[in-house]
Design a protein. Structure first.
Ligand SMILES: NC(=O)c1ccc[n+]([C@@H]2O[C@H](COP(=O)([O-])OP(=O)(O)OC[C@H]3O[C@@H](n4cnc5c(N)ncnc54)[C@H](OP(=O)(O)O)[C@@H]3O)[C@@H](O)[C@H]2O)c1
Length: 324
């Protein structure tokens, strides 16, 4: 089968198309013919051994994914496709089923075929969605859910989402709105209409206004794009408020410290998404409350261009890769 592989950490050009062995499903696995996948920030950070995130994260990244070279040669952490074969004990899926899901840090989706365990984060694709849309559901939604769940959003709670136009941000706006919170979304001018259409109650254009200086306070500030700091926005949190981080070793340390700054906490996502989460998001899609935002689409052969675009850190929502 064709797959995009890499044998050393480095820039997008280390990626190349190669013919590799097709995986064989185990007894509890399904073999999926991938119709669409994405390039996301997890792919990019892993391919580069998290070099830009500082020495500590870069070291952890190599310990997890391979010290000298990547142990898994194929990236791609989310997908949609068609079940091609099933293992002997699989009950939920049959050959021909249309599915979507996330392999997460197991990767492997930048290929014509990938195997996933039946009880992993895989579900039947909502009928209303194309493969391209379904491939772009999991990364943003799972990351946003693992950040938002611990802060128990609900009616009367206020949240500011910074970086509301990215993959995690667009998911965060829709999920926070679903949980009943009053949502203020921060993005640049070109994305204001989009984030309003996703359900934001108020929008702030960060090129025109610095929200930390307008005197407003929030129960939760969600830095969905890793561009803020707790220090910078602490005074915009209500007493007892939470700053949700998606990135940064410093934030991880702040989240681990046993005391809080004036009752205000830094939180770092600690839970992994499960099968329940994909079924939860699927139900939201079917109920019309969630849809993934797609920026650009590239064929698999142009994965390097797709990757370079993702690394501009300017994509709106998700970048999809299609397989013919
Ligand atoms: N995606 C993952 O798998 C993953 C996993 C774990 C952690 N993370 C981390 O989570 C963060 C977000 O990931 P993502 O994939 O959602 O990001 P993303 O989609 O690449 O975010 C792109 C968006 O960020 C906005 N942006 C860029 N610079 C900004 C700034 N200075 N202030 C405010 N917004 C800015 C841009 O919108 P505007 O044009 O409107 O500014 C753009 O729409 C990153 O720090 C990433 O490392 C990602």
């Amino acid at each position: 089968m064709r797959a995009v592989v890499y044998d050393r950490y480095g820039p997008p050009d280390v990626l190349r198309l190669e013919d590799v062995e097709r995986p064989v499903p185990g007894p509890d696995e399904v073999l999926i013919r991938v119709r669409a996948t994405t390039v996301n920030r997890l792919d990019c950070a892993t391919r580069d051994a998290n070099r830009r995130s500082g020495h500590a994260i870069a070291l952890i990244s190599r310990l997890v994914f391979g010290i000298r070279r990547p142990r898994r040669r194929i990236l791609g952490s989310e997908l949609a496709g068609v079940v091609e074969a099933v293992g002997t004990s699989v009950r939920e899926f049959t050959v021909g089923d249309e599915v979507f899901g996330a392999t997460g840090m197991g990767f492997g989706a930048h290929a014509e075929f990938v195997c996933m365990r039946e009880n992993a984060r895989i579900a039947h694709k909502p009928d209303s969605m194309s493969f391209e849309e379904a491939a772009a559901v999991c990364d943003g939604a799972f990351n946003a859910l693992s950040c938002l769940r611990p802060v128990h959003l609900g009616k009367g709670r206020t949240i500011l989402i910074y970086g509301a136009s990215g993959s995690i941000g667009t998911a965060g706006v829709q999920l926070a709105r679903y949980f009943g919170a009053d949502v203020t979304a921060v993005c640049s001018t070109k994305n204001l209409e989009l984030v309003k259409s996703l359900g934001a109650d108020a929008v702030i254009d960060y090129t025109q206004e610095d929200f930390t200086e307008n005197g407003q306070t929030y129960d939760v500030i969600f830095d969905a794009v890793g561009k803020l700091s707790f220090r910078r926005c602490r005074s915009s949190l209500k007493p007892g408020g939470s700053y949700l981080a998606t990135d940064g070793f410093r934030n991880l340390l702040l989240a681990l410290r046993p005391w809080s700054a004036g009752g205000k906490k830094v939180r770092f996502p600690s839970s992994m998404a499960t099968k329940k989460d994909i079924l939860f998001v699927k139900a939201l899609i079917e109920g019309g409350t969630y849809h993934p935002v797609i920026d650009r689409r590239y064929p698999l052969e142009q994965v390097v261009d797709a990757t370079k675009y993702v690394e501009t850190e300017q994509k709106t929502g998700n970048v999809v890769v299609t397989l013919s």
